[in-house]
Design a protein around this ligand. Structure first.
Ligand code: URA
Length: 234
């Protein structure tokens, strides 16, 4: 990996700033000034420091993406862009989305190469809440909301687990703790309605950063990662 990318990934600065830091001799690789931003390093072996502070190698990577409609969370489907392709500039191998969103669903999607966390977050046993903004064809009545909250028959062996339904200015906010196939759409069908727009807003306590435009992503902050790890039980 290039040393400038390694430093940028660790939030030391922009590529341009990093070039200047390297030129100024503020970056050392194994104790020696790194004179070239294009120098290749092995982050797992080489010791890199900035202004005398050793930069810890990040074993795993965690991103939040504002998934745009039209992209697929699973493996490549025809010409559709996959969510991992949206992050290809990061150069992180083995990134996977944490759970799936339908092609036409937008909003919060976490991507990581931390297999253990990924597994814990999608495990039905952990009951991680996922909050969606749901826009429907017909109005959702108070009675429908009660049914959605209590659990509805979506054609599986079991009713859906208790959910939380709240009507807000922008539409229905529905929080579910399972991740069954097309679950929100099927829940609305169970109350004789149809979803026309779906966006995930939250996963556990982690909310989609409202400054991220569709298709934009960023690394999770340390505080956000702690929130999501606490929820996963790690
Ligand atoms: N429920 C759905 O129906 N679709 C999604 O993408 C997510 C939850």
């Amino acid at each position: 990996m290039r040393i400038d990318k390694f430093l940028a990934d660790n939030s030391i600065g922009t590529r341009k700033e990093i070039k200047a830091f390297i030129k100024a001799g503020r970056v050392l690789a194994n104790g020696e000034p790194a004179n070239d931003p294009g120098m290749h390093i092995d982050p797992a072996k080489d010791e890199i420091s900035f202004d005398g502070r050793t930069i810890e190698y990040e074993k795993f990577h965690y991103y939040m993406l504002n998934k745009p409609a039209g992209t697929v969370s699973s493996t490549k489907e025809g010409s559709s862009v996959t969510v991992t392709e949206l992050l290809s500039d990061e150069g992180v191998k083995n990134l996977s989305p944490v759970g799936r969103l339908d092609k036409d669903t937008e909003g919060l999607l976490l991507l990581t190469d931390d297999g253990e966390l990924l597994h814990d977050l999608i495990s039905p046993k952990k009951h991680v809440g996922k909050e969606y903004l749901v826009i429907t064809e017909k109005p959702v009545s108070a009675d429908d909301m009660k049914k959605l909250e209590a659990g509805v028959d979506i054609g599986d062996d079991k009713l859906t687990l208790p959910a939380k339904a709240e009507m807000k200015d922008d539409g229905l906010h529905l929080t579910i703790t399972e991740g069954r196939f097309h679950q929100v759409k099927r829940m609305l069908e169970a109350v004789d309605n149809r979803v026309t727009y779906l966006k995930r807003l939250k996963m556990g306590e982690l909310a989609l950063d409202p400054s991220l435009k569709e298709g934009e992503y960023r690394k999770l902050t340390i505080a956000e990662l702690a929130l999501i790890k606490a929820k996963s039980g790690q």
